[in-house]
Design a protein around this ligand. Structure first.
Ligand SMILES: [Ca+2]
Ligand SMILES: [Ca+2]
Length: 444
C-alpha cells in the first residue's frame, strides 16, 4: 500500500515537473488537441503502407519511448528541457515510461541521446503497427447447412463448421452476455444491424474523433473482426459470430489508414481491461522487435486476469510484435481449408494455435470506408489474414470461458491448446502451434 502511495506521489510530482518544463514550448501536455495533431501527423507519414509486409519496422517520426531509472524523475525532466524535446504522453501502468517527441530531431538522433543519458534505463522507437489482413479477391461460394442458423450468409462462413461451432453451440450455448471481448482495432461500426445489439462503445486512442471518445470504424477492419467474434446469430440478417451472445467492446487504436503506434495500442489494452474485458483481441502487429511497452502492458493485463490474443502476422516470416511476447500474448497463425498454414501467415515457436484465416465472411461497415476502395463491399465481405484467424480463436475462448467462468486466463489458453486439432508435424510445431482451434472439442 505504501509503495502504491509513494508511486502516485512520484507520478504527480513528475506530471507537475513536465508541465513546468514544457510550458515555454506549447501549453498543457496531455490536452487532447495536442495529441490529436501528433497522431494525425503519424497517419500522414504512413501514407499507403497499410498492406506493406516489408520487414523494416516503421516508426513514429521524431518520437521515442523512454523508461527513466528509479529515483528523482526531475533529473530526466531537466535534461529533456535542455534537449528541446518534450513529453507528449505517459504510460499510466508504469510511471517511469514516457512518450517523448522533438520538433526538430529524428528518432535515431533521440535514441542516441537518451541511450547516453544517465537518467534513462531504456529508449526505444515508438514503432508503428498495422492491421494483419491482406487483400483477397471477393468470392461467392458456399453450400447450405441443414443445421445452420437462419443468417443468410452463414452458408458462406466455412470457418464455423470447420471448427465445430454448431456442435459447440448445442453443447455449451453461444456465450455469456456478460462476457466482454475487446476489439482493439480500427474501431467498430456499432450501428451495424448484425453488431448493434452486442457492441459496447470504448474509447478512441487515434484521436480521430474530436473528443477522442468515438470508436466508430474509420477503415473497415475492426468491424470485420467484431463480426467474426460476436455477430448476432439467428436474426435473419447477415452472418453469425463464433460466440454470438457475448459483448464486443469497441476500442479504436488504428487510424483510417490502418496503422497506429505501440504506445496507442498499449493505451487501448489498458482501457479494455479497465472496462472489464476478459479477452482482448489484437488483430494487428509489426515486424519482430524488442518492445518494452507491449511487455509492460501485457504483464499488467495478464496479472489482472485478462487473456490477450494476437495475430502472428502476414509477412510469411517470424511471429511479429506484440504476438511474439508469448508469456503475455497468445499468438495465432492462419490456416486454410486443408488445415495447412496459409501462405502469408507468420510462423515460429511462439505460436499458440492456428485458426481458419482464408476467405472469411463477416461484417463490414454500412457506410463507405477505405476498405471499399480495395474492392470489398459494404455490409458484408470476405477478408483474409491472421487478423481473421485471431478473432475466431477469441470467439472460441469466449465460449469456453462462458462455460467455465471460474477458470483463469491461463486455463482457458491451455484448454484451447490441448483441444486443438493436431496438424502437420506431430505435436506442437512451428507452422501451427498446438494445432487448429476446435470449438466442439473445447466445449465437450
Ligand atoms: Ca446475423
Ligand atoms: Ca502438429
Amino acid at each position: 500500500m505504501t509503495e502504491r502511495k509513494s508511486t502516485k506521489l512520484v507520478s504527480a510530482a513528475l506530471a507537475l515537473g513536465i508541465l513546468a518544463a514544457c510550458s515555454p514550448v506549447g501549453g498543457p501536455l496531455l490536452n487532447p488537441q495536442g495529441n490529436s495533431a501528433l497522431l494525425q501527423s503519424q497517419s500522414a507519414a504512413r501514407g499507403s503502407k497499410i498492406f506493406n509486409a516489408d520487414a523494416r519496422p516503421q516508426m513514429a517520426p521524431n518520437q521515442v519511448i523512454v523508461k527513466v531509472k528509479p529515483g528523482d524523475p526531475n533529473l530526466f525532466v531537466q535534461s529533456l528541457a535542455r534537449s528541446g524535446a518534450r513529453v507528449v504522453d505517459f504510460f499510466d501502468i508504469d510511471t517511469r515510461v514516457f512518450l517523448v517527441e522533438s520538433a526538430s530531431r529524428n528518432t535515431d538522433d533521440l535514441i542516441r541521446q537518451f541511450s547516453q543519458d544517465r537518467n534513462v534505463e531504456i529508449a526505444q522507437p515508438n514503432y508503428l503497427v498495422s492491421l494483419n489482413q491482406i487483400p483477397a479477391a471477393p468470392r461467392q461460394q458456399g453450400r447450405p447447412n441443414m443445421a445452420a442458423p437462419n443468417d443468410p450468409l452463414y452458408a458462406q462462413q466455412w470457418h464455423l463448421p470447420h471448427v465445430g461451432a454448431l456442435d459447440a453451440w448445442s453443447q455449451g450455448g453461444q456465450g455469456n452476455k456478460d462476457l466482454i471481448v475487446a476489439v482493439v482495432d480500427t474501431g467498430v461500426d456499432y450501428n451495424h444491424p448484425d453488431l448493434k445489439a452486442n457492441t459496447i462503445k470504448g474509447k478512441d486512442f487515434t484521436k480521430e474523433s474530436p473528443d477522442g471518445l468515438d470508436p466508430i470504424d474509420g477503415f473497415g477492419h475492426g468491424t470485420h473482426v467484431a463480426g467474426i467474434i460476436a455477430a448476432v446469430a439467428n436474426n435473419g440478417e447477415g452472418v453469425a459470430g463464433a460466440a454470438p451472445n457475448v459483448k464486443i467492446l469497441a476500442v479504436k487504436v488504428l487510424s483510417a489508414k490502418g496503422g497506429g503506434s505501440l504506445f496507442a495500442i498499449a493505451g487501448g489494452i489498458k482501457h479494455s481491461v479497465d472496462m472489464g474485458a476478459k479477452i482482448v483481441n489484437l488483430s494487428l502487429g509489426g515486424p519482430a522487435v524488442t518492445d518494452l511497452i507491449s511487455s509492460a502492458v501485457g504483464y499488467w493485463a495478464t496479472k489482472k486476469g485478462a487473456l490477450l490474443i494476437a495475430a502472428a502476422g502476414n509477412s510469411n516470416t517470424a511471429v511479429g510484435t506484440p504476438a511474439r511476447i508469448d508469456d503475455y500474448y497468445m499468438a495465432v497463425a492462419a490456416s486454410d481449408q486443408a488445415n495447412k498454414r496459409a501462405k502469408f501467415s507468420c510462423y515460429g515457436k511462439e505460436l499458440s494455435v492456428s485458426a481458419p484465416g482464408v476467405q472469411i465472411m463477416a461484417t463490414t461497415p454500412t457506410y463507405k470506408v477505405p476498405l471499399n476502395d480495395h474492392g470489398y463491399p459494404q455490409n458484408y465481405a470476405f477478408l483474409q489474414g491472421t487478423s481473421m484467424a485471431t478473432p475466431l480463436v477469441a470467439g472460441v475462448a469466449a465460449l469456453v470461458w462462458s462455460r467455465h467462468p471460474e477458470w483463469t486466463a491461463k486455463q482457458v489458453r491451455q484448454h484451447l491448446e490441448k483441444t486443438a486439432v493436431d496438424v502437420g508435424a506431430p505435436g506442437k510445431d512451428n507452422e501451427s502451434g498446438f494445432g487448429v482451434v476446435n470449438a466442439a472439442a473445447a466445449l465437450r
